[in-house]
Ligand binder design. Structure first.
Ligand SMILES: [Zn+2]
Length: 140
């Protein structure tokens, strides 16, 4: 009943393309954010001399910087995930659930090319945990 649908070379090629495109997007985003962060750094020196509000001294700037740093961190994390997925493609382990080892559904991989777990495991594995009552008895 459990028929594994091994990913076809064509499917892998398509996923790799998606991953590479997203990687390029994320790299560009990360670079833009870094630039913005360094520009904000420059600005905060200038704003210092025009404090007409009393608290205009770069309070907003540091909020922007925090936001940009957080976004930059997210983009870098995403790039790591994409690199790991590309590595799995070249290792021929792409699409294997890291928890149960089953093939992750194609539709799921198409929606989320960096997915490392099948839907069951992602949901906590409730549907697939049928291990014959191990640990069922309360050990009082
Ligand atoms: Zn799984």
């Amino acid at each position: 009943m459990t028929k594994r649908q091994a990913p076809t070379p064509k499917f892998l090629e398509q996923q790799q393309k998606m991953l590479e495109e997203e990687r390029a997007t994320q790299v560009a985003l990360a670079e833009r954010l870094l630039e913005e962060i360094s520009q904000l750094n420059d600005d905060s020196g200038i704003i210092d001399s025009t404090g007409d509000d009393g608290f205009g001294e770069g309070a907003a700037t540091s909020v922007d910087q925090d936001r940009d740093r957080a976004l930059h961190g997210q983009a870098m994390g995403r790039i790591d995930e994409i690199d790991a997925a590309l590595q799995r493609i070249s290792d021929e382990t792409y699409g294997n659930c890291e928890i149960c080892g089953e093939q992750i559904a194609k539709a799921r991989l198409e929606a989320l090319p960096t997915a490392t777990q099948c839907v069951n495991c992602k949901a906590g594995g409730l549907a697939s945990r049928h291990r014959g009552g191990l640990g069922r008895r309360s050990a009082a």
